[in-house]
Design a protein around this ligand. Structure first.
Ligand SMILES: Nc1ncnc2c1ncn2[C@@H]1O[C@H](COP(=O)(O)OP(=O)(O)O)[C@@H](O)[C@H]1O
Ligand SMILES: [Mg+2]
Length: 283
C-alpha cells in the first residue's frame, strides 16, 4: 500500500495549530466582521479574511449558531480537518467555540475558488489544458488520500468547483467538509437522511436515497472534471444523451486511485507530445 502523502515540512500553521483564539481576537482580526474582509458567503455563514494578533493572515469561517444544521457542519468540518493532512487539503488552524458563537480558522487561500475562475472572472492563469489538468490532479490526489490512504475512509459529499480553493502558487486545495463523513470498519457506504450535497453534482443514489460512498464522490468528481475541461456548467444542454453521467451505475465508476494514475499518464503523454511538436532543443 502507498504511504500517505503527508507534508513533512514544519510551517507556521503548525505553530498555532493548538492555540486557542478568543472571540475578542476574532473581532479584532475581522475588524468587527467588516464586509470589506468578506471572502465568501456559504450556506451557513460567512468567511472573512483576518489578521490575528501575531500578524498571521487567516480565513475565518463564522457559522450561524441559531441554525442547528450549521452547528452540525461545524462539528463535521472540525472532525475531518483535524484528523487529515495533505498538501491539497485545506488546513484547519484553530477554532473558536462559545455558547452562541462558532468559528473555524482556516489556512487562507488568497486566490479564491475554482467556480469563479471557470464562470465569473475567467482568467488566463487557468486557461491552458495543462493548468486545468494540474488542478484536477491536485483535487484527485487529495481525494485519493481521503478514500484510499487515510486510516478511515473520508467522504467529502460536496465536491464542486466552489469548494476548490487556490493558494499563492495557484495550487488547488479541497475545502468545505461541512457535510463530510467518515466510514468506519468495513463499511463502504452509509445512508444519511440529513444535509444532502449540491443538486447537479450529487450522484443519483445519493440524491434519491441518501446513499453516500466513495462512488458518490466519484460521480461529483466526474461532473467537475467535465465542467473544468469544457468550461461549461453542467446545466448546459451539451450534457445530455451520450455525455450524461447519470446512466452509469455506481460500480461502473472508477476508483480515485485509478483516476490519479490515469490523469498522471495523460499529463505525461500530453507534455511529451508538446515537446515533440516544438522539436529538439537548440543549445
Ligand atoms: N480558507 C479560505 N480561504 C479563502 N476563501 C475561503 C476559504 N474558505 C472559504 N472561502 C470562501 O468562502 C466560500 C464559502 O466557504 P465554504 O467553506 O465552501 O462554505 P459553505 O459550506 O457554506 O459552502 C468559498 O467558496 C470560498 O470562496
Ligand atoms: Mg462551499
Amino acid at each position: 500500500m502507498k504511504k500517505p502523502d503527508f507534508t513533512a515540512s514544519f510551517d507556521i500553521a503548525d505553530a498555532i495549530r493548538h492555540r486557542l483564539v478568543s472571540y475578542q481576537e476574532i473581532i479584532r482580526a475581522t475588524e468587527n466582521f467588516n464586509e470589506d474582509n468578506l471572502l465568501g458567503v456559504g450556506s451557513f455563514g460567512k468567511v472573512y479574511k483576518g489578521r490575528l494578533d501575531d500578524g498571521l493572515l487567516v480565513a475565518i469561517k463564522v457559522l450561524i449558531t441559531q441554525v442547528e444544521q450549521a452547528m452540525r457542519t461545524f462539528d463535521a468540518e472540525c472532525q475531518v480537518l483535524q484528523m487529515t493532512r495533505h498538501r491539497n487539503l485545506i488546513k484547519i488552524l484553530s477554532t473558536c467555540s462559545n455558547l452562541d458563537f462558532r468559528a473555524l480558522l482556516l489556512q487562507l487561500m488568497p486566490n479564491g475558488n475554482l467556480e469563479s475562475y471557470l464562470h465569473i472572472e475567467i482568467r488566463p492563469c487557468i486557461g491552458s489544458f495543462l493548468k486545468r489538468m494540474e488542478i484536477m490532479l491536485d483535487v484527485s490526489m487529495a481525494m485519493e488520500y481521503l478514500h484510499h490512504e487515510h486510516y478511515e475512509v473520508v467522504l467529502h459529499c460536496d465536491l464542486k468547483p466552489s469548494n476548490v480553493l487556490f493558494d499563492e502558487e495557484m495550487t488547488a486545495h479541497v475545502a468545505d467538509f461541512g457535510i463530510g463523513k467518515l466510514l468506519f470498519g468495513d463499511d463502504n457506504s452509509m445512508v444519511s437522511a440529513s444535509m444532502p450535497g449540491t443538486i447537479g453534482y450529487m450522484a443519483p443514489e445519493y440524491a434519491l436515497m441518501g446513499k453516500a460512498s466513495q462512488k458518490s464522490d466519484m460521480f461529483s468528481f466526474g461532473i467537475m472534471l467535465l465542467e473544468v475541461f469544457t468550461g461549461k456548467r453542467l446545466t448546459d444542454l451539451m450534457f445530455i444523451g451520450e455525455l450524461t453521467l447519470r446512466n452509469e451505475l455506481p460500480e461502473q465508476r472508477m476508483a480515485m486511485n485509478d483516476v490519479v494514475a490515469k490523469l498522471k499518464g495523460i499529463k505525461k503523454d500530453y507534455t511529451a507530445s508538446m515537446q515533440a511538436m516544438q522539436g529538439p532543443r537548440q543549445y
